[in-house]
Design a protein around this ligand. Structure first.
Ligand code: FAD
Length: 336
């Protein structure tokens, strides 16, 4: 009897891949391994409709909240961007997969090494984000889910809100209205160093929220993270019969839903054999490399030259055309 495919890691990538396999290629025998007790580790992922292409059709049942548009706010003014914006809640994905997958196809609370996975399976799809970058900046985030005392009055998500520079770090306040009183707020600081001073970030955020007139009744959840803002290509291990999905994300925003959905679509469109899948993933990495190279240049502008204007293009468009790129290169020339 042939061995199953092993999907290593039940985060965003592993869970979406399992979900889609079950829907489109139900005869593919696979086992999804996740070391924690829940798929997606209680995360919420948001995405612009324009980032997903046709994959939106199958993502839609997983969406927990949608808005018809979003906003970006610069010191020079605000703009409504008429692209729908959606939220995926890992809880929904977790519940659906528990229902859909046959016994034995999902192993929660199960940590497995690559070596063991290779022994157990015909090949391994490693979805853990294990890679590094020779040069990188950092995106530090203080994230709060809050309930306000009164209606906050925010109707659509604000993906970019230009805030004062904080200790020489460009800063972006991002917020999503979850209900008339509840908000998901992410305060991003972009920096060359990875040290996160929580007291300082809390103080700055509470001053900012007070200046907006929002009175916080309850903090439902507080999380911090430091993620990479690459200024060089990802480096990852490529070994044996392992397909490595590490390091595929939007280099400037860090978002992954768009890339994950698009690449999973391509993977599902194959016979799901090792050689073909490895080819599809390598081709996808090459296809997106030219855009990524440009985003890494933007990251350098952001980190080294504190050029916050790059957000004017990043958050207003899904794909940068030649004109956008030329504009940004002009800023670079002017700033040198
Ligand atoms: C503050 C913040 C906000 C973000 N917001 C967004 C957003 O709005 N939209 C968006 O698209 N992206 C967003 N991202 C990025 C996105 O959340 C992550 O990049 C994404 O969750 C990564 O998914 P993954 O499947 O690649 O990796 P992971 O989520 O790291 O999944 C890997 C999984 O593998 C499991 N695992 C690890 N080792 C083993 C092992 N040995 N055996 C078994 N299981 C193992 C882990 O428990 C984990 O569940 C955000 C990130 C941060 C930090």
């Amino acid at each position: 009897m042939s061995k199953p495919v092993i999907i290593l890691g039940g985060g965003l990538w592993g869970s979406l891949l399992a979900y889609r396999l079950k829907e489109v290629l139900p005869l593919v025998d696979f086992i999804l391994y996740e070391e924690s007790s829940t798929l997606g580790r209680h995360e919420m992922w948001s995405f612009r409709e324009s980032d997903c292409g046709k994959a939106l059709n199958w993502l839609r049942p997983l969406v927990t909240k949608s808005w018809r548009q979003y906003q970006v706010k610069f010191n020079s003014g605000k703009r409504d961007i008429l692209t729908p914006y959606h939220l995926l809640d890992s809880k929904k994905l977790h519940d659906l997969l528990i229902q859909k997958l046959p016994a034995g196809a999902l192993k929660l609370n199960n940590q497995i090494s690559t070596e063991l996975a290779l022994q157990e399976g015909s090949f391994v799809i490693d979805t853990r984000n294990i890679c590094h970058f020779r040069k990188t900046g950092y995106r530090k985030c203080l994230s709060l889910e809050v309930e306000c005392l009164e209606d906050h009055g925010v109707e659509s998500p604000v993906l970019y809100n230009e805030e004062v520079m904080q200790k020489d770090c460009p800063r972006n306040l991002y917020y999503l209205p979850l209900s008339p009183r509840n908000l998901l707020i992410k305060d991003f600081w972009y920096s060359n160093d990875k040290n996160l001073n929580l007291d300082e970030m809390r103080r700055a955020l509470s001053e900012t929220l007070a200046s907006y007139g929002w009175k916080i009744h309850k903090v439902i959840k507080e999380e911090t993270s430091v993620t990479l803002l690459p200024t060089s290509r990802p480096v990852f291990r490529q070994e044996g019969r392992v397909i490595n999905l590490a390091g595929i994300f939007h280099d400037t925003t860090g978002c992954e839903v768009g890339s994950a959905a698009k690449l999973i679509d391509k993977m599902i469109n194959t016979s799901f054999r090792f050689g073909e899948l490895r080819e599809v993933v390598a081709t996808y990495r090459n296809e997106i490399e030219s855009d990524r190279k440009f985003l890494r240049l933007l990251n350098r502008l952001l980190i080294e030259e504190k050029q916050r204007r790059i957000f004017e293009v990043i958050y207003q468009k899904a794909n940068l055309n030649l004109l956008d790129r030329s504009r940004i290169l002009m800023w670079k020339l002017i700033s040198v």
